[in-house]
Design a protein around this ligand. Structure first.
Ligand code: NAD
Length: 431
């Protein structure tokens, strides 16, 4: 497996062939500005002590305070966090959000912890990070297996440490603690706006479009629900336990209801899987594997789980002509080449999942101003922002001169380069 951070950086090299970027900008982007690694001791319910490894990487802050989620997952390591932080820098620049990029995480399987252990771990992580993050420096948010409940514990801990209310330090909080209406749905809704743009360009009739979605968490559920509402046929969905397939289309609202009903049992994570919970066992529904889901003959494939799902091993067998990357980094660069040569259109992650950071920015603005926006206002602004970013990046493909992904990176790099240039580069000082 190639080094994930080097692999992420290869997008820079490709994009820089298509634009005039100062070599110093590229030099800076190849190195995260700061890396913080911590050990978090947690008193477990049985009285024993466990130590968990945590990371926070600030990749680049030339465009503003750094921003990015916190992930709880057994596979979290420094290489992954560095890559995710790099993608955040590019994403914020691509969609014009005045933030830089960061990311963090803990190497843990959170489903093995009780709710109280999870709270102790989350508060312990913030005790370690308290000097590193801040409303004007670095602003965390939820990511895989973290959610508003966890963000609520974290912002409470941070405020206690600093003896003042500082809600703007973390976004994706529960609404009563200063969270924004519309933040939970924002990533899925942003991806939905991208698909609606494609619907216009490709003249799609939703009922004829079959969609498969890998990952049925926050992002996957919301995009599924909005597409289902518009009449799209969601034929397959999956989670970490497996996938469900139904040729006539799955009943998305019922499956979401069942997932949420079982979540209330454990408080944080749902206990049922889309591949086994009762509404999925409707007539005509069958269980398939996650890899079978990726290779289905569908019109749109939406990876919405983890990185490196589309690889050199399976790229040849991917049949969907359109891929919308709701997950961060689901496609390896080598797989990209195979998919591009088949004519697959890939809406890249740094655009497709930017709805989350966009509404996180709205939340931060509300926290800073003391204002509260209505759900309609948040949704309207998200629509305007995502549609504008989609159109600007799509038009830069120049009818196929570069891929959608390269166009997004070119768009992002030019913004970053303009800011680096304003700070002063070699050419600036040598004249
Ligand atoms: P989540 O924790 O809410 O859901 C993750 C989902 O992925 C769950 O359904 C889980 O069962 C599934 N999953 C985990 N391992 C899997 C596997 N091996 N195969 C198939 N499914 C698997 O996380 P989320 O917030 O929905 O994030 C999903 C992706 O979207 C991640 O790549 C994340 O970085 C990206 N993303 C999320 C946000 C956000 O605001 N939440 C924003 C931008 C990007």
């Amino acid at each position: 497996m190639p080094d994930i951070f080097q692999s992420a950086l290869s997008r820079l090299e490709e994009a820089s062939k298509h634009c005039q970027i100062d070599p110093e900008t590229l030099q800076r982007l190849r190195h995260p500005m700061a890396i913080f690694q911590v050990s978090v001791p947690v008193r477990m319910d049985d009285g024993s002590l466990k130590i968990f490894k945590g990371y926070r990487v600030r990749h680049n802050d030339v465009l503003g305070p750094t921003k990015g989620g916190l992930r709880y997952h057994p596979q979290v390591d420094l290489g992954e966090v560095k890559s995710l932080a790099f993608w955040m820098t590019c994403k914020c620049a691509a969609v014009g959000i005045p933030f830089g990029g960061a990311k963090g995480g803990i190497t843990v399987d959170p489903k093995n912890l009780s709710k109280l252990e999870l709270e102790r771990l989350s508060r312990g992580f913030i005790q370690q990070l308290a000097g590193f993050i801040g409303p004007d420096t670095d602003i965390p948010a939820p990511d895989v297996y973290t959610n508003p409940t966890i963000m609520g514990w974290m912002v409470d801990e941070y405020s206690k440490i600093h003896h003042q209310k500082l809600p703007a330090v973390i976004t994706g909080k529960p609404v009563p603690l200063g969270g924004s209406l519309g933040r939970e749905e924002a990533t899925g809704r942003g991806a939905y706006h991208c698909i609606k743009q494609l619907e216009k360009i490709r003249d799609w009739s939703p009922s004829e479009i079959r969609v498969a979605i890998q990952g049925f968490g926050n992002a996957g559920q919301h995009v599924a629900s909005l597409l289902h509402r518009d009449g799209y046929r969601i034929v397959a969905i999956s989670d970490s336990h497996g996938a469900a397939y139904r040729e006539s289309g799955l009943e998305i609202p019922r499956i979401i209801e069942e997932k949420n009903r079982t979540r209330s049992l454990s408080g944080v994570y749902c206990e049922c899987s889309v591949s086994t919970c009762s509404p999925c066992e409707n007539e005509g529904t069958r269980r398939i594997t996650n890899s079978e889901l990726l290779e289905l003959d569908v019109d749109v494939l939406i990876p919405a789980a983890l990185e490196n799902q589309l690889t050199v091993e399976n790229a040849d067998r991917i049949k969907a002509p359109v891929i919308v990357e709701v997950a961060n980094g689901p496609t390896q660069p080598e797989a990209d080449q195979i998919l591009n040569s088949k004519g697959t259109l890939i809406v890249p992650d740094i655009l497709a999942n930017a709805g989350g950071v966009t509404v996180s920015y709205f939340e931060w603005l509300q926290n800073r101003s003391g204002d509260r926006w209505s759900l309609d206002e948040v949704r309207d602004r998200l629509f305007i922002s995502m549609s504008a970013a989609f159109k600007a990046i799509y038009s830069r493909m120049n009818g196929g001169e570069m891929t959608f992904r390269t166009a997004a990176y070119v768009h992002a790099l030019e913004r970053i380069d303009a800011a680096v240039d304003s700070q002063g580069t070699y050419s600036y000082f040598s004249h």
